[in-house]
Design a protein around this ligand. Structure first.
Ligand SMILES: NC(=O)c1ccc[n+]([C@@H]2O[C@H](COP(=O)([O-])OP(=O)(O)OC[C@H]3O[C@@H](n4cnc5c(N)ncnc54)[C@H](O)[C@@H]3O)[C@@H](O)[C@H]2O)c1
Ligand SMILES: [Zn+2]
Length: 368
């Protein structure tokens, strides 16, 4: 089995990736040495309907069964009210400091459960069992947990590293194709910022992945996680290196905000954001046009991207509101080679606007 180590000040753990892992879930949980008390699983009714039976199968011979807690699905339930409700339920069902939480779901369930674990009785351990491609390659790794406020996404949270991440790529069999495509954007992002050979591999294997081939997906998850693990191991809290993971996210987040988080999936907004970032890099002579074009071609091979309409001025304004911008300077991640990106602080508003305009032109031409 592939096991990728993550080493941070907040804890060392591994990400285990194996098709069929769910069949041995209870053994994997016991191996953490943390499953001596009760196990509480946070999931959504949809995921449980699809995978609940398979999840419980490995507990058949165990004396105690896990307690299942339901979170309604959807980004709008990623908020403090859900945390309070789940925490009350945990108390009622006997959760103590020696209990173990398990997040069984996509990034929404993962972020929320991680935060619940971070603050329940001042902190209990938790395990990620991610069920979407995005969660398997990205959100389950790195220990960023939290919920949204009405005023913005992910504004309340903490760093709380999981005890282990247990990833079964077979769970992706039931994922909607659009969700898979959106997640694959983050793989392309990881390749562009951190691994040129992986980018070539994705060019070759993208269609196989889109068909749902488990071997190809497993390989991609493995490499994507390795890139993320390398970066968060160097920088748990986003002071330097970790900022690279925001490639395409400055403008992508602005697009999400401008469209009220409704029209586009996160990955789709990031795809547009990467296109804009690439063009900005080319315009300032930091990146070869041919490489930027290759990235755009690969992004569009995932499928058409949704159209949206917003003025370039408004998008620019929204990028300034991005919480990752330190006051006065504009941090921006620039691709400089296939496999390497850098963080710069001298991108001007004019450059941003030109890149946004150019991207919006493509939104009009190729968006659907
Ligand atoms: N913590 C981090 O570092 C980090 C990084 C990136 C994103 N995120 C967060 O992740 C969230 C997005 O995650 P997501 O894209 O996984 O969304 P999600 O959790 O909402 O899942 C997307 C959809 O897929 C469904 N689903 C999940 N697993 C399935 C399966 N196996 N089969 C069929 N359907 C399934 C869900 O019910 C949901 O409708 C956002 O809140 C974002 O802020 C966090
Ligand atoms: Zn992202």
């Amino acid at each position: 089995m592939a096991s990728i180590p993550v080493q941070t000040a907040g804890g060392n753990y591994s990400v285990r990736v194996q098709p069929g892992l769910l069949q041995n879930l209870s053994t994997h949980l016991r191996k953490t040495g943390l499953a001596h008390g009760k196990i509480f699983v946070v999931t959504t009714p949809e995921i449980w309907k699809l995978w609940g039976k398979a999840f419980l199968a490995s507990f058949a011979k165990q004396p105690t069964k896990p307690e299942i807690l339901f979170l309604p699905s959807g980004e709008r339930h990623k908020r403090l009210a859900s945390i309070e409700k789940l925490a009350d339920e945990m108390v009622e069902r006997g959760a103590r400091r020696d209990s173990l939480l398990v997040a069984f779901g996509g990034g929404v369930a993962g972020d929320l459960t991680g935060f619940l674990a971070a603050i329940y009785m001042r902190g209990i351990p938790y395990v990620q069992v991610p069920t979407t491609y995005l969660a398997q390659i990205d959100s389950s790794v790195g220990g960023k947990t939290g919920v949204n406020l009405r005023t913005g996404k992910n504004l309340i949270g903490s760093f709380h590293q999981p005890a282990v991440v247990l990833t079964d790529p077979r769970l992706l069999k039931t994922l909607l194709p659009r969700e898979l495509r959106a997640g694959m954007v983050e793989s392309i992002k990881a390749a562009v910022l951190g691994d040129g050979a992986y980018f070539q591999w994705l060019e070759k294997n993208c269609s196989t992945m889109l068909r749902g081939d488990i071997d190809a997906l497993t390989q991609a998850i493995h490499v994507s996680v390795r890139i993320k693990a390398r970066i968060v191991s160097a920088d748990e809290r986003e002071s330097g290196q970790r900022m690279l993971l925001n490639l395409g996210h400055t403008i992508g987040h602005a697009i999400e905000a401008a469209t009220q988080y409704r029209k586009l999936l996160h990955g789709e907004a990031i795809a547009w954001g990467m296109i804009a970032a690439g063009r900005l890099a080319v315009a300032r002579g930091a990146w070869q046009a041919a490489d930027a074009a290759r990235v755009e071609r690969l992004l569009f091979r995932l499928g058409p991207l949704p159209k949206f309409s917003v003025t370039p001025q408004r998008l620019l304004q929204l990028t300034d509101a991005d919480k990752k911008n330190r006051s006065h300077t504009r941090n921006f991640v620039l691709p400089v080679k296939l496999g390497r990106a850098i963080v710069v602080t001298d991108v001007t508003a004019e450059e941003m606007l030109a890149a946004i305009r150019s991207m919006m032109q493509t939104v009009q031409e190729l968006g659907v």
